[in-house]
Design a protein around this ligand. Structure first.
Ligand SMILES: [Zn+2]
Length: 321
């Protein structure tokens, strides 16, 4: 175990020894910054079917000072036109979902599948023209972290995911994966990120079932693995009618081990709204929750990194947008 992981474990122990329900002391500088810092939303769903109108996406972003958004599907030309350089366009989610719905999980690993064929044919061109910057959200294992009819468990290092990684690798692109921590995934992601060093892996929701130590281990092993924190508070659990505390933070602030992780690896964590599942009306609440229950509890010098500077670097975005 390296020093960083040790620090994260110690942060957890200190919390356990002290007592629960402590009110964390807030730095007034962090509190102020959290209210106004620009945000890059790396998990901004824009479904083709029943998704938000492009005008609505622009409005919800400006209301919440979210300057950049994307990272997941569906890819929509009207939103790309409306956001221009503020967009982080991603393809593949629609094809992945369509394959699963029509042919089941076994078809998700077949590169010759009719639903992947056009995308694999066109993706190089789309990268070259700047129409896409990556692929996502690709669900390889969302059992039990996804809605029941949408759950599946497939191995992450499979021919289709390898194909996505290979194409992204040629363009310094990204692959956003929704998967869960386990030993097989750890081996798979270390292999994929070593075989495709120019592809950035974004772990949706900072890897459900993973502990901060598990993420620290991956971050220590590979420079091209990052994660995004969407749906880690109380809001998404409430909307999904799951009676559980926020995994990373709630109205009492961030859990100490997670705070330690973010502050040890401030260049690897980003933010997201994840108003999936018909929850577009809760966009303002999703961002407000991040600004109220997560960001103010961080050291002021890491807030800008997590909120948007990592995204500027990883997606090569223009800061002046
Ligand atoms: Zn999602």
């Amino acid at each position: 175990m390296k020093t960083r992981s040790v620090k994260i474990v110690l942060a957890g122990l200190a919390f356990a020894i002290c007592s629960c329900g402590l009110t964390q002391t807030l730095d007034p500088k962090s509190v102020e910054l959290a209210k106004t810092v620009p945000i890059a939303d790396i998990h901004s769903h824009t479904y083709i079917l029943n998704g938000p109108a492009s005008a609505e996406v622009v409005k919800r972003m400006s209301t919440n000072n979210v300057r950049w958004a994307g990272g997941v599907g569906d890819l929509r030309g009207d939103i790309a036109d409306a956001l221009k350089g503020r967009h982080i366009p991603a393809a593949g989610q629609r094809e992945f979902a369509e394959t699963f719905i029509r042919q089941g999980p076994s078809a998700l690993v077949q590169t010759e599948n009719v639903y992947f064929r056009d995308l694999f044919r066109d993706a190089h061109d789309m990268f070259a023209k700047g129409i896409i910057k990556g692929f996502g959200e690709l669900h390889t294992n969302n059992n039990p972290s996804g809605p029941p009819p949408f759950r599946r468990t497939i191995k992450t290092d499979n021919p289709v995911i390898r194909k996505f990684y290979g194409i992204a690798n040629e363009f310094g692109g990204f692959v956003q994966l929704h998967t869960q921590h386990n030993a097989e995934f750890t081996e798979d992601i270390l292999r994929l990120s070593a075989d495709f060093p120019n592809t950035t892996t974004i772990l949706s929701h900072c890897l459900p079932l993973g502990q901060p130590e598990d993420l620290a281990y991956l971050f220590e092993q590979r420079k091209n693995i990052v994660c995004e924190m969407s749906a880690q508070g109380e809001l998404h659990n409430r909307l999904a009618r799951i009676n559980r505390r926020g995994r990373v933070y709630d109205s009492n602030g961030i859990r100490p081990k997670w705070k330690a992780l973010v502050e040890e690896f401030p260049d690897r964590i980003m933010l997201g709204s994840d108003t999936c599942c018909g929850w577009d009306a809760y966009y303002d609440e999703a961002i407000a929750e991040i600004r109220t229950n997560f960001l103010p509890y961080l050291r002021s010098d890491v807030i800008e990194q997590v909120a948007y500077k990592n995204a500027l670097r990883i997606f090569k975005l223009d800061a002046g947008m």
